[in-house]
Design a protein around this ligand. Structure first.
Ligand code: FAD
Length: 444
């Protein structure tokens, strides 16, 4: 017996661990769980031939091509991308909740995803609009760019369909991953699963972003049925004709059906604290002002998304499992959103042979994500640290006066150097202008 903190070689691979690992010739390195199963299968008698055969059977049962830890947005998209390009891939998803996808409405612009990704994302889309409106005091713009929404329920349904009846694939729901490492995942309850590629996408709760390294986009959303049609033909992405005393604030309005709206009151703020009850009351007051007669509440959602100005960047050649999704730094720091980047990661994985992903992880994508994120860090630092809360809306107002192509590339996190320049300087003023900041400094 050797201690797992020492190195142990099997099939040319190195295994490390913090707990005891048993090693016998012809059997290789086994975890406690594997040994318990072996001894159980062998009636408690340690017959090495039998143990070896049983181990091979156990490994065959549990070895997947891809093992996705956390059944949220990132894992859902990777599953669909892999199914589209390599239908026979053996995939396992480990999710601690009883369903895939949590409780979100994920929206995105058509330009956020590649044309190939658009094909496998299509079954997820529940709502599609030809464009949207942004509204500020004294300025309104209709943007004609397709905007789509995915619900968690649809994600759950489509991912289940992609997994069910596929030989060698399995969905582990209500399964908590305790330890995630290269090639293996250890579940609460002692089960260990193995795969050629393990992808850790356990989501924002594992991110270390806090008030010292991030501001926050926080919101409460109420999906409501109305007594009468609302009359909106497209979403209002930002209605900033609201009190701005506590930082940039806007209402986000999605017309889901002729009489159903998702109303989301959104704040960009230094603190992650969310006064959900107070915000619900604000939403109902907004609905009344707009003449939306709320008949019933369908569902609600809330979120506190970090808008980081340092840290949370993806690493090259990570040790252990591949870190994907929000926790791996694969999100948009200046919107707090993930979908465009999660789709890019999924596309990247599905476009390459498994052996390449096993060897290189997401290395090829890292430099661009780091460069784009660093620029967004600068924007966030300026937004949250340079400007007084009530002045922040001007930055967004100016942003929405920029050419449509820049707006699209901003949301897709594909900013060119010209876009970056345009975002920071130039007319109209009152964007990230130092002169404006100085004149407004008494506003803090
Ligand atoms: C209400 C709301 C609305 C949003 N709207 C948008 C939007 O419109 N567009 C957009 O791009 N982004 C949006 N976001 C942000 C986006 O949802 C997240 O950034 C995104 O879901 C992150 O994807 P992920 O796969 O990394 O993590 P998640 O989607 O959070 O998935 C992580 C999963 O891992 C599971 N998990 C965690 N720990 C374990 C464990 N130990 N074992 C097993 N499972 C575990 C969790 O239960 C969860 O299901 C929204 C967020 C919220 C809260």
């Amino acid at each position: 017996m050797i201690d797992g903190t020492e190195r142990c070689r099997e099939d040319g691979k190195e295994k490390r661990g913090s707990r005891a690992i048993l090693a016998f010739p012809g059997v290789g390195c086994l975890s406690h769980w594997e040994w318990s199963s072996l001894l159980e299968a062998a009636g408690g008698v340690c017959n090495l031939d039998m143990a070896s055969r049983t181990k091979r059977r156990l490994m065959a049962e549990t070895e997947y091509d891809y093992l996705l830890v956390g059944g949220g947005l990132q894992s859902g998209l990777i599953t669909l991308a892999l199914r589209a390009r390599h239908p026979e891939t053996r995939i396992a998803i480990v999710e601690r909740d009883d369903a895939i996808g949590g409780n979100h409405t994920w929206c995105f612009h058509a330009g956020d995803v590649s044309p190939r990704a658009a094909e496998w994302i299509a079954p997820l889309i529940c709502h599609r609009w030809p464009g949207y409106v942004v509204r500020f005091p004294g300025f309104e713009r209709r943007l004609d760019v397709e905007y789509s929404a995915i619900t968690s329920d649809r994600m759950d349904q489509v991912v289940r369909e992609a997994m069910e009846g596929r030989p060698g694939s399995r969905l582990f729901l209500g399964a908590e991953a305790l330890r995630v490492e290269r090639g293996a995942v250890h579940l609460a309850g002692g089960q260990a699963l193995t795969a050629k590629v393990v992808i850790d996408a356990r989501g924002p709760s594992r991110s270390d972003a806090g008030p010292r390294t991030a501001g926050f986009q926080k919101f409460v959303g109420l999906e409501v049925d109305l007594a009468e049609p609302h009359g909106l033909d497209r979403p209002v992405l930002m209605d900033a004709e609201l009190d701005q005393a506590h930082g940039f604030r806007f209402m986000y309005v999605l017309p889901l059906t002729a009489q159903r709206l998702l109303l989301e009151d959104t704040y960009f703020h230094q603190s992650p604290d969310l006064d959900a009850e107070g915000i619900r009351a604000e939403i109902m007051a907004y609905a009344e002002r707009k003449g939306y007669k709320v008949a019933s509440l369908v569902r609600d959602e809330k979120g506190v998304l970090p808008m980081t100005w340092s840290g949370s960047l993806p690493e090259r050649r990570p040790v252990g499992a591949i870190a994907a999704g929000f926790q791996g730094g694969w999100f948009h720091p200046a919107t707090g959103y993930s979908l465009p980047i999660a789709a890019r990661v999924a596309d990247h994985i599905a476009d390459r042979p498994l052996e390449t992903i096993e060897r290189q992880g997401l290395d090829e994508l890292v430099p661009r994500q780091r460069s784009q994120s660093r620029f967004c860090h600068l924007l966030n630092r300026l937004l949250f640290r340079w400007y007084a809360p009530r002045s922040r809306r001007h930055i967004f107002e100016r942003f929405y006066r920029l050419p449509m192509a820049t707006v699209e590339r901003f949301y897709a996190l594909r900013l060119t150097w010209a876009d970056r320049f345009r975002l920071l300087v130039g007319n109209p003023p009152r964007g990230f202008s130092p002169r404006y900041r100085l004149t407004e400094s008494t506003d803090r």
